[in-house]
Design a protein around this ligand. Sequence first.
Ligand code: TYD
Length: 134
Amino acid sequence: MDNNQIKLINLPKILDERGNLSFLEENNHIPFKIQRVYWIYDVPGGEERGGHAYKENKEFIIALSGSFDVVLDDGKETKRYSLNRSYYGLYIPKGIWRHMENFSTNSLAFIAASTFYQEDDYIRDYSVFKQNKS
Ligand code: TYD
């Protein structure tokens, strides 16, 4: 799997009359070792999250419940991904500007990350991001 490519990844889906089951394994379904997971929930209507890039951190985002959009910008073009199922997710390599919006009521965003939380891994200034890309 190419580590540098934005990619929607389908996860295993074990269909069962008792309820379906999906899972992911580090370095198998997603192309990195997981050091951290976090989740975003109770997002009020109309709010946005994100609006930054990471220098090193890679992420995999799943809409475990409900739906939202992830908008990605690689410095050249912007692309919107609508996530609305719990059996696939979006892989985001390092160095991509991103934000999340259009959260549905009761949506739950689950994020697997390749690094521990470190504020100095964030690029929060879009002009700095653009400068680094040029
Ligand atoms: P942040 O990633 O800045 O969220 P957003 O870009 O959507 O605003 O995180 C918000 C706050 O939460 C920030 O002060 C740092 C803290 N935080 C942690 O302590 N650990 C984490 O794993 C994450 C993702 C955030």
